[in-house]
Design a protein around this ligand. Sequence first.
Ligand SMILES: [Zn+2]
Length: 158
Amino acid sequence: MNQSEEEILRLLENVFDPEIPVLNIVEMGIVRSVNIVQNEYRIEITPTYSGCPAMHTIEKDILDLLNSHGIKNVKIKRIYSPAWTTDCFSESTKTKLKEYGIAPPVINIKEEFLKINRTCPFCDSDKTKTISEFGSTSCKSLHYCDDCRQPFEYFKCI
Ligand SMILES: [Zn+2]
């Protein structure tokens, strides 16, 4: 094996979430582990959302990237337990989401239900309303800010 597990992990930071192109799959917590087992790189990934069609794209992107570096013996396994949660997002990841124009998930699921108005990622106003519980993907909901008069998406807490 020419590359170490850490080197593979670093390469995987070049694979971005198809829904949120500013976040890579390592910082999103999609990549759970990289292990060398019997001359094979075994990569475990966790779907961010059970219905997200992005996983196919992500698996293909991982294989394409590693193949382009001459790494062929790769096996990707999806693991569902423990389930992925937005609690995995670090503060810097949330900042990137906000800068991208998507309101990052609030701290935990309990707050998610208590908080009615999403905070606008552009002007930080709470005077917003929900347009649709489902935005461009089922992971996101769609909102409108009454202050800066812009629609925005909220990344749902799961
Ligand atoms: Zn606003």
